[in-house]
Write a protein that binds this ligand. Structure first.
Ligand SMILES: *Cc1c(COP(=O)(O)O)cnc(C)c1O
Length: 401
């Protein structure tokens, strides 16, 4: 490796967000490649038996096996850790695998998890249906009610878990205020930062202990691969890494490379998508067929002030309720042509979803009411198309009402 390579490698952890996003965790093999190499190998070789023993038994740091030691995966982990302001990160096969690894590493029978009721459906299901089987107690709370957190947090609470902003109504949870209450009982706060990404919100700076991600969404941002990650201090991440070694829900090297590339454009994508989301939200707000728009960038949204304090922008996901309930929402969705009808979000292509019959379709009517998922509600995850084209497409949709 020449001097310039060494200097560049040493500099990768420094600089502003956009600099870190393209340079942090950039390993060089010595072949002179500019883009990161993809280490598609299951195992690694040793020059002699002594080095093999050192790698296996004495933690020499040499690569052993890709379930826990892949350089491309490590490059992604280092880059995301740098962006979240974390000591360390562990990449996982999916966002759900990150939550699974978190629970396996940090919980035991008799512990309590206090979880916001406004989190991704599979997250709640994983806690209650699976961790519940092994004697972990799950208590759900209204995340906006600080006294609800206080009464749920107990001496046996090990983890508290929340997502902010919430899906699909864009409501913001006060992370610093919840962190203070969680720490008062000696528990750890974990924040799912999927909707904002570190480009807009850094939960560790607000007092959270760990950040979990579905890399599938905005981190990739181009709808190409499923993956996840969890970031935090060395002390909190080490047990998760050790679980990954034994449990194995690892990210593939190829997907890690895709996500590395996704991180390079994360900030510019998020800024552009937020700007378009605000433009679309303002336009929707003036349409007679629209009863209400839920976007924290609008001054009348209940979370507007908190979002301004806690996030550097308002995000790319918004929702709106149309006249005519479910039939109205379906006719709007069916009349659009440009936007993609899919449950996914965080893509360069704008996606449209009817939450009450898809993402939230398995909830009971009462649960949907409590979460504010009206039958006329439509969710948009704004992509990189020109705002005027999105507005023209949504106009076609609204004209169908
Ligand atoms: C999609 C999603 C997850 C789960 O991630 P996968 O990569 O699909 O496993 C978790 N949390 C949030 C907020 C999500 O949107």
């Amino acid at each position: 490796m020449n001097k310039r390579d060494l200097a560049q490698q040493a500099a990768t952890g420094n600089g502003e967000f956009r600099t870190k996003a393209v340079r942090a965790g950039h390993h060089r093999t010595g072949e002179g490649e500019h883009a990161e190499a993809v280490f598609m190998t299951s195992s690694f070789c040793f020059p002699d038996a002594e080095s093999a023993k050192a790698a296996f038994v004495d933690d020499s740091g040499d690569n052993v096996y890709s379930r826990f030691d892949n350089p491309t995966v490590q490059a992604f982990e280092e880059r995301l850790a740098a962006l979240e302001g974390a000591d360390r990160c562990v990449a996982t096969a999916s966002g759900m695998a990150a939550t699974l690894a978190l629970g396996m590493a940090h919980l035991q029978a008799g512990d309590r998890v206090v979880c916001s009721q406004a989190v991704f459906g599979s997250t709640l299901n994983l806690w209650t249906k699976y961790f519940g089987k092994f004697g972990v107690e799950i208590v759900t709370v209204d995340p906006f009610d600080l006294s609800a957190w206080e009464s749920a947090l107990s001496d046996n609470t090990r983890l508290a878990y929340l997502e902010s902003p919430t899906n699909p109504r864009c409501e913001v949870v006060d992370i610093a205020a919840v962190a203070e209450r969680v720490h008062a009982v000696g528990a750890k706060l974990v924040v799912d930062n999927c909707f904002c990404t570190p480009a807009l919100q850094r939960p560790l700076e607000l007092g959270a202990d760990m950040v979990s991600h579905s890399a599938t969404k905005f981190l990739d941002g181009q709808g190409r691969a499923v993956g996840g990650a969890i970031c935090g201090s060395d002390e909190d991440i080490e047990p998760i890494y050790l679980f990954m070694r034994s449990g194995g829900p690892t990210m593939s090297a190829f997907n890690a490379w895709v996500f590395l590339k996704g991180l390079e454009t994360l900030d510019i994508r998020m800024r552009a998508q937020c700007a378009t989301a605000l433009e679309v939200a303002r336009w929707l707000d003036g349409q007679p067929q629209v009863k209400q728009v839920f976007y924290s960038g609008l001054p009348e949204h209940p979370s507007h002030e908190l979002a301004k304090r806690q996030q550097s922008d308002f995000g790319a996901v918004l929702s709106f309720e149309v006249q005519g309930g479910q039939a109205g929402a379906w006719s709007v969705i069916n009349a659009t042509e440009l936007v993609s009808l899919t449950g996914n979000l965080g893509d360069t292509r704008t996606t449209i979803t009817h939450p009450s019959t898809t993402t939230h379709g398995r909830l009971s009517e009462d649960q949907r009411q409590a979460a504010g998922i009206q039958p006329g509600l439509i969710r948009l995850s704004i992509g990189l198309e020109e705002a005027s084209d999105l507005i023209a497409d949504l106009s076609k949709g609204l004209a169908a009402l």
